[in-house]
Design a protein around this ligand. Sequence first.
Ligand code: GAL
Length: 385
Amino acid sequence: MKKCFFAVSLVAWILCLPLEAQNGNKGSRLNSFTPGTIWKDNNGVHINAHGGGILYQEETYYWFGEHKTEGRGGNVAQVGVHCYSSTDLYNWTDRGIALSVSDDPASDIEKGCILERPKVIYNKKTGKYVMWFHLEPKGKGYGGALVGIAQADEVTGPYTFIRSTRATPKSWPVNVLDLHKRPLPEKYMGERANLEPTEHPDSVNTLGRDFVKGQHSRDMTLFVDDDGKAYHLCSSESNSVIHIAELTDDYLDFTGKWVRAFVGRRMEAPAIFKKDGLYYFMGSGCTGWRPNEARSAVAPSIWGPWTELGNPCVDADKETTYHSQSTYFLPVVGKEDAFIYMGDRWTPENAIDGRYIWLPVEFKDGKFILHWYDEWDLSVFDKKE
Ligand code: GAL
């Protein structure tokens, strides 16, 4: 009888343990962040969730990102979107592949496509988890400039691919100009991946060019506001303008209400957070996998007007964003005004080796700033000035 009681208690105790403890964290348990180092999951394997974003659901954080593989070939999607979960943000449990690429050559997400910067949001109205990502059909470089949309009933998936599309087809932004609606000279009808440094997007009317087909959507993120409205932010118009577009109530489409921001500023890697009613934006310049100096901005409304605040990085190596590129701002639940900058330190020659640069967001003189820390923990958010 005693033995039976012991066995029942043991099973009950195991069931109550957080998942990462049940799986047996093969590395030692972490209690700090060490940006740029190998970050092991519960199996002792470097976390594989690049260009990622995080969703908080029922006291657990879920990290979704690009699953990379070894070598240069590992930059394209050989596997899909990887998911990890954590209750403390330091220790992550491998939850497997949330969205798998397809072996079907007819699929938009055929193995070998480019699938980048996946972001997952939860729709309270439909009870579904919705994933958007940057998608480039296999073998076509970055000319597609599409978003892919997928959906799941469970947070960890499996996600079902729904469709791919350009952004906001056949709708004009709220700040459209007359010049965008004029017919285009023939020589400007061809799409180009990037504009010449001397070309302003309005001088070649990238917006009018893509009106029917839909606007480019390359680097992207999603943002859900306090009222439940969701927005898609992307690098558009040959990477020269950021587009910010409202999503439908089910988060599966664009409403057609959208705005152009930072026209001609050529930014990628959009990331956004909200504090005290203000919207803060961060992006990078356009140098591919090579890091560059970040930009930041603030606005009283997601529709703008956006005021640029300069490079948020303040310590040595600030010109390269500490060798990283923004992907997401993570609000830390239960701590006031606590946001974590999530960036990628890409290693394109061996994609799987890419590192994560997580740093606490600090505020100074109406701006947000990022200091470098070799090691830090969440207690930084408890210290008030
Ligand atoms: C970066 C972009 C990455 C990836 C890369 C390809 O600028 O942020 O997501 O697209 O270019 O060169």
